[in-house]
Design a protein around this ligand. Structure first.
Ligand SMILES: Nc1nc2c(ncn2[C@@H]2O[C@H](COP(=O)(O)OP(=O)(O)OP(=O)(O)O)[C@@H](O)[C@H]2O)c(=O)[nH]1
Ligand SMILES: [Mg+2]
Length: 301
């Protein structure tokens, strides 16, 4: 991830989290319980959630054991702990030994799915991969148009049907075309849905089965698109989505517009699936592969 770019994106998060950390660590102070309480409040304001609390418990324990003697010790250890909570960067997107890799994109309404499909198509195309996209959000005519417009701009083919068509039928056509053209990636856009809507979750199941029938093993990745501005609230929703929809990775969008960037730490920790990409704006180029270590460094920069 381009460091400057991420740093800029995290402006709002930094305003709370990083500047809070800067204020705390910027002045010479004794390390005491009050300092640790203030640190916990700063992490809380940055939306680190329970992860922030867990980190603080570790720091308090080490302070009591006199392993941490100064606020500088705490700063270094905090950085280490956050990095370890975030884990390693996600591995490459899963791909079959031969044939197209299929990426299914899911999430609640308005989270940024269609935009992310387009951005991802552009990213992969930029790496020299051949890509097609499928407009399986047939719920609204505007959705098909939106993806078609993006696809044209980016220069990738789009498979679509009229609004109201069965999403699984679009998936079938798209998988057939992807296999026939032997493209590297097929990216499938879907309609927004809540995990609580059994009928819509069943529809998603049908899309998955159709993809798998045409391209065995598909979808190889199921990316849940999550709006970072929902912070901890979105996390609960994401947890249930992850369980019921076979999610293998997260795309965290709108990181540019939020002070809740700390939610990244909580997501990686609590959902058990990696944050793969972050959305940092509305343009086609505004999707960055997510690197946990750079994220932490940009908070402390
Ligand atoms: N600032 C910012 N805006 C974003 C980002 N990603 C998406 N958006 C905006 O969020 C809005 C919704 O994006 P869509 O891609 O249409 O969302 P969706 O999940 O496909 O929506 P539905 O299909 O209606 O469920 C649009 O105005 C996008 O431009 C991002 O990373 N940053
Ligand atoms: Mg959409």
């Amino acid at each position: 991830m381009i460091f400057g770019r991420l740093r800029e994106t995290l402006r709002n998060t930094r305003a709370k989290l990083a500047d809070g950390l800067g204020r705390l660590f910027g002045v010479a102070r004794e390390l005491d319980d009050a300092f640790l309480a203030e640190l916990e409040a700063v992490l809380y304001s940055g939306d680190l959630g329970p992860t922030g609390h867990a980190v603080l418990e570790t720091l308090r324990g080490e302070y009591r054991e006199r392993k941490l003697k100064t606020t500088a010790d705490v700063r270094a250890r905090l950085r280490e702990l956050l990095k370890s909570k975030l884990g390693e960067p996600a591995a490459e997107l899963k791909r079959p030994a031969s044939g197209p890799a299929v990426i299914l994109v899911v999430g609640v309404n308005g989270s940024g799915k269609t935009t992310s499909v387009a951005k991802l198509a552009r990213l992969l195309k930029g790496e020299g991969r051949s890509v097609i996209v499928a407009a399986c959000d047939t719920f609204r005519a505007a959705a098909v148009e939106q993806l078609s417009t993006w696809a044209q701009r980016i220069g990738v083919p789009v498979v679509k049907k009229q609004a109201g068509a069965d999403p699984a039928a679009v998936a079938f056509d798209a998988a057939s075309q992807a296999a026939a053209d032997a493209v590297d990636f097929l990216i499938v856009d879907t309609a927004g849905r809540l995990h609580t809507r059994d009928d819509l979750m069943a529809e998603l199941g049908k899309v998955r089965r159709v993809l798998d029938k045409k391209i065995p093993g598909a979808p190889h990745e199921t990316l849940l698109v999550m709006d970072a501005t929902t912070g901890q609230n979105g996390l609960q929703q994401a947890r249930q989505f992850t369980e019921s929809a076979g999610v293998t990775g997260i795309v965290l969008t709108k990181l540019d517009g939020t002070a809740k960037g700390g939610v990244v730490v909580a997501i990686s920790r609590e959902l058990g699936v990696p944050v793969r990409y972050v959305g940092v704006g509305e343009k086609a180029g505004d999707l960055l592969p997510f690197d946990p270590k750079e994220f932490v460094d940009s908070l402390f920069a």
